[in-house]
Write a protein that binds this ligand. Structure first.
Ligand code: PLP
Length: 406
C-alpha cells in the first residue's frame, strides 16, 4: 500500500536506514565509546536475528514460558453499551507472563545477550515494570541483572523493588538530581559505558540510540503479527481501526507493525493528563517539537532551556517527554493519527472495562480503551481492535487511594 509516497509493502526493508533513521528521527547521538558499543550490538543483532537457531529458541520461549499467542477477546457487553453497532476487540497482552507486553522485548534482548556471550544485562526503570520484566528474563537465562532506579521511585514502588530482588536482580539506588527516571537513565548509561565488554544495555521501549528502537519494534512485532492473523480468523476481515497507547511506544509499534500495509486506520493515544498546559501531560507528539535526548533525534516536550520538560500522567508507564523515532516519522507522514485522552476519560474507561468485561486494565492500557470507546461512538459501524498492553493489578493501591471504588 502506498501512503504519502511511502510504499508500506517494502517499508521494513527501508526503515530505518543503515544509520538507524526513520526520516529525520532516530540515529545514535552518543559518545564515541558508546558508538562502538552500539555498532557491536547492531552488527550482532543483524546476524543473530536471522539465525534459525535464535528464531526457534525465541519462538519456544514465547510459547512455553510467556504464554503466547495471547488471545483476542471480543468485547460484547462494551460494544452493546456503546450501542452504535461498532464491535470492539482487545488484544490481550495483559495475559502475557508478568502481565504486560514488556516481556516480549526483554526476552528478546536477554536472548541476544546470551548469543553475544554477555554475562549481565543493565537497565533503568521508573515505575519498575521494565525492571521486573528484565529481571524475569535475566533469571530465565541465568544472567546477572543490574537495575538503576531513582531513590524517589524506589520508595514509591516497593512491590516492584521486592519483585526484582526476589528474581535475583541488583537494584541500584540513584540519588542524583530529582532521583527519578531521567537520572536513572543517565546512571544506567554511565554504568554500561564502563561495563559494555561483559554487559548489554536493555532499553524499555522503542527509544534510545540505534539499534534499540528497531530491535524493540522487531521483538514487539509478534503482537501485531498474531493480532492480524487472529482477527482475520475470527471475523473474516481486517479491523477498520487499530488503537494503542503510546508512552515510548513499544506496545503501539508492535501492534501497528502488523497493519501498516493494510487499509486500516491506526491511532496512537498519548496521555493528556490534567490538561494541555506544559507539565500537566506527556503528549509529546501533539505538543512537542524536534529535539535530541537520550541519544536519539525525536519529537519532545522541552522546558524553557530546551531540556526535556517535566511531564505528568496518571499512568506512570506513559510519562516520558518524547516518543520513539518511528512514531515521530509515522506521525509526520500521517500514516498513524496521534491523539490524546485525559486522566478522567482514562479512569472512566478503567472502571467500565472492568465492570462490563471482567478485565481490569493497566492504567496505561485504559488510555487506549478510552480512545477506542470514543472512536466507536463516532464511527457508526465497523470494528475497532485495541491493544490491551497490560493488566491493572499493579495499579490497585493507587486507584483505591485516589479514586475509591466507582
Ligand atoms: C510500560 C507500559 C506501557 C508504555 O510503554 P510503551 O513502550 O509505550 O508501550 C504501556 N502499557 C503498559 C501496561 C506498560 O507497562
Amino acid at each position: 500500500m502506498d501512503f504519502n509516497g511511502i510504499n508500506f509493502g517494502t517499508y521494513f526493508k527501508h526503515y530505518p536506514d543503515a544509520n538507524g533513521y526513520f526520516g529525520k528521527y532516530g540515529g545514535a547521538y552518543v559518545s564515541p565509546e558508546l558508538q562502538e558499543a552500539m555498532k557491536e550490538i547492531s552488527a550482532a543483532y543483524q546476524t543473530i536475528c536471522k539465525s534459525s537457531k535464535f528464531i526457534a529458541e525465541l519462538r519456544k520461549i514465547r510459547r512455553e514460558f510467556q504464554g503466547r499467542p495471547t488471545p483476542i477477546s471480543y468485547l460484547e457487553r462494551l460494544s452493546n453499551h456503546i450501542g452504535t453497532g461498532v464491535q470492539l476487540y482487545v488484544k490481550r497482552e495483559d495475559l502475557n507472563h508478568t502481565g504486560a507486553h514488556k516481556l516480549n522485548h526483554c526476552m528478546g534482548e536477554a536472548l541476544l545477550a546470551k548469543y553475544m556471550g554477555k554475562k549481565k544485562v543493565i537497565a533503568e526503570t521508573g515505575a519498575g515494570q521494565h525492571g521486573v520484566a528484565l529481571a524475569t528474563a535475566a533469571a530465565y537465562f541465568g544472567l546477572e541483572c543490574d537495575i538503576y532506579m531513582g531513590a524517589v521511585d524506589i520508595k514509591k514502588q516497593a512491590p516492584n523493588v521486592a519483585r526484582m530482588k526476589i528474581l535475583g536482580a541488583r537494584v541500584i539506588e540513584v540519588t542524583e538530581g530529582l532521583q527519578t527516571l531521567k537520572e536513572a537513565v543517565d546512571a544506567a548509561f554511565d554504568a554500561y559505558c564502563k561495563e559494555y565488554k561483559d554487559a548489554i544495555y536493555c532499553i524499555g521501549s522503542v527509544l534510545g540510540p540505534h539499534p534499540f528502537p528497531t530491535m524493540v519494534r522487531d521483538f514487539q512485532s509478534v503482537v501485531g503479527i498474531e493480532a492480524r492473523e487472529q482477527f482475520v480468523g475470527m471475523t473474516g476481515e481486517l479491523p477498520d481501526a487499530v488503537v494503542a497507547c503510546v508512552g515510548g511506544g513499544s506496545n503501539a509499534m508492535g501492534m501497528f507493525s502488523g497493519f501498516l500495509n493494510d487499509p486500516v486506520d491506526i491511532y496512537g493515544v498519548e496521555p493528556l493528563g490534567r490538561g494541555p498546559k506544559l507539565g500537566d501531560h506527556a503528549a509529546s507528539l501533539k505538543y512537542g517539537e524536534p529535539g535530541i535526548m537520550h541519544g536519539f533525534s525525536t519529537i519532545m516536550l522541552k522546558d524553557e532551556n530546551g531540556e526535556p520538560a517535566p511531564v505528568y500522567s496518571v499512568a506512570s508507564g506513559l510519562d516520558y517527554p518524547a516518543s520513539g523515532p518511528e512514531h515521530c516519522f509515522l506521525h509526520d507522514i500521517g500514516r498513524v493519527k496521534y491523539d490524546v485522552v485525559n486522566d478522567e476519560e482514562t479512569i472512566d474507561a478503567f472502571f467500565t472495562l472492568s465492570r462490563l468485561e471482567g478485565i481490569i486494565p493497566a492504567i496505561e492500557s485504559a488510555h487506549a480503551v478510552a480512545y477506542g470507546m470514543k472512536l466507536a461512538k463516532t464511527m457508526g459501524k465497523g470494528s475497532v481492535l485495541i491493544c490491551l498492553s497490560g493488566r491493572g493489578d499493579k495499579d490497585m493501591d493507587y486507584i483505591i487511594e485516589k479514586y475509591g471504588i466507582r
